[in-house]
Design a protein around this ligand. Structure first.
Ligand code: UDX
Length: 446
């Protein structure tokens, strides 16, 4: 099938490459001409496992093309994906200006029936807005062309985006037109073999499904962080509690890891956006507000432990930081806990020596040159002459480090672990002051 994808970001590029791989003829459009030119040369704007070879192969074989010319895009696809960003505006609501701009562009150039598909995470009611924008432009042009608007939210996770897209757990489709459903069944047929993963519903329910999924996951994390905080007062260990409750199949083991807070481009933004949506319709979202508050506080946990150990004034102190990205296997630092941590340390006069397996360029881009940040080439280099080690991201390569080497490199054997990677008992035996999240018995020693 001929498909056009507007927006070559995370969602758009991964989706486009995966659709091309199964044989669809995919045209990607982006207003950023530099990005388009780079992609044509095989330069991929984001780090995502498996994405670069997939894009290159399908581009070379002609099933995946890139252009900055929207007319080419509108002409090309029967199905037009809208996969542009929906950043938060000043009050936290999702800003729809890019989505409506694409809708306008499609309407300005279309000359035959199109299925317009909202892939971006958009608030309930967006499909109606997109429909209204298109109708308005078509009326102004004085043409009478039919079109459909569908909600088809994306559930991919960064770091596993290609795999998630190739093997989706579910394909949620919001439409009121059975003919459109049949087209989407054809489009997604290669991903929908063996058992039917397509869940078809009305448009508003599909739009809400996306927010509900992310907010439920964020709620699980904030819930565990709340219990972790309580465990510290009670002298209990959240890691034991996690295993205890995860074994109940109704609860499950996924997404119940306490830590220094959730980040990324989705959870913080989507929780906030659903709060605003609720407020706008006159409903008070008590649980969602608590989820957000707990997470904001959780990002301050490590700085609090650091104050407990070293006092408020950190002038003259250097901290080794392992992990800058908001989670492993990505270079994305949006809303990352590491940023709050560094900013707190800088406020108190400390120096940060940071290392991340993938996010060094991103950190350089965000912070540029500063006297109080050294970006180090290896995790070992980051430790040299630091007063303590702080861990913000659970990269595999941080899981079993040489503890003796850490002890030798640091001025003092102190570790602040925001991802609970090590066994507290073992750390004490090896002579470390070890602060982790919600590990009560261990923390009471300090
Ligand atoms: C999320 C959803 O998982 C995905 O379905 C949706 O499409 C987009 O948003 P993503 O933002 O890529 O994906 O990351 P995810 O793996 O969900 O992690 C989000 C954050 O939660 C990370 O900062 C992670 O460290 C944190 N987290 C996750 C925890 O603190 N504890 C957990 O148990 C799980």
């Amino acid at each position: 099938m001929k498909v056009t994808v507007f927006g070559i970001g995370y969602v758009g590029l991964v989706q486009a490459a995966v659709l091309a791989e199964v044989g669809h003829d995919v045209m990607c459009i982006d207003v950023d001409e530099t990005k388009v030119e780079k992609l044509k040369k095989g330069e991929i704007p984001i780090y995502e496992p498996g994405l670069a070879p997939l894009v290159t192969k399908n581009y070379e074989e002609g099933r995946l093309r890139f252009s900055a010319d929207p007319r080419v895009g509108v002409e090309h696809g029967v199905i037009q994906f809208i996969a542009v960003g929906t950043p938060p505006d000043e009050d936290g609501s999702a800003d729809l200006k890019y989505v409506t701009a694409v809708a306008r562009t499609i309407a300005e150039h279309m000359s035959s029936h199109k299925v317009i598909l909202d892939k971006s995470t958009v608030p309930v009611g967006t499909a109606d807005k997109v429909r209204a924008v298109i109708r308005e432009v078509l009326n102004a042009r004085g043409v009478d062309i039919t079109f459909d608007v569908v909600s088809n939210p994306e559930f991919l996770k960064e770091g596993a985006a290609v795999a998630d897209c190739r093997r989706p757990e579910r394909i949620v489709v919001g439409t009121d037109n059975p003919e459109v459903e049949a087209w989407l069944r054809e489009l997604y047929e290669p991903f929908n073999r063996n058992h039917d993963r397509m869940i078809v519903m009305d448009i508003r329910s599909a739009e809400l499904t996306k927010y509900a999924a992310n907010c439920m996951l964020a709620t699980k994390i904030s819930f565990m962080n709340e219990i972790a905080n309580l465990a510290e007062y009670l002298g209990a260990d959240i890691e034991k509690v996690r295993q205890g409750i995860g074994s109940d199949s109704r609860i499950g083991y996924h997404f119940i890891y306490a830590g220094c807070g959730y980040g990324g481009s989705c959870f913080p933004k989507d929780v906030q956006a659903l709060i605003r949506t609720a407020e706008q319709v006159g409903y008070t979202p008590r649980l969602l507000r608590a989820v957000e508050d707990i997470n904001n506080d959780q990002k301050l946990k490590l700085p609090q432990y650091i104050s407990r150990h070293f006092g408020e004034d950190l002038r003259g102190k250097t901290f080794a930081l392992w992990g800058l990205s908001f989670k492993p296997n990505t270079d994305d630092m949006r809303e990352a806990s590491s940023r709050i941590l560094m900013e707190e340390l800088w406020k108190r006069g400390a120096m940060v020596q940071a290392y991340d397996p993938e996010a060094m360029n991103e950190a350089q881009r965000i912070y540029g040159h500063r006297d109080d940040l050294r970006l180090m080439g290896t995790k070992e280099a980051a430790l040299q002459k630091a007063d303590a080690l702080v861990i913000c991201t659970e990269w595999q390569s941080f899981r079993a480090p040489d503890l003796d080497a850490i002890k030798q490199a640091l001025r003092q054997p102190v570790i602040f672990d925001g991802r609970n990677l090590y066994d507290p008992e073992r750390m004490y035996k090896r002579g470390f002051a070890y602060y982790a999240i919600g590990r009560g018995a261990s923390l009471s020693q300090f």
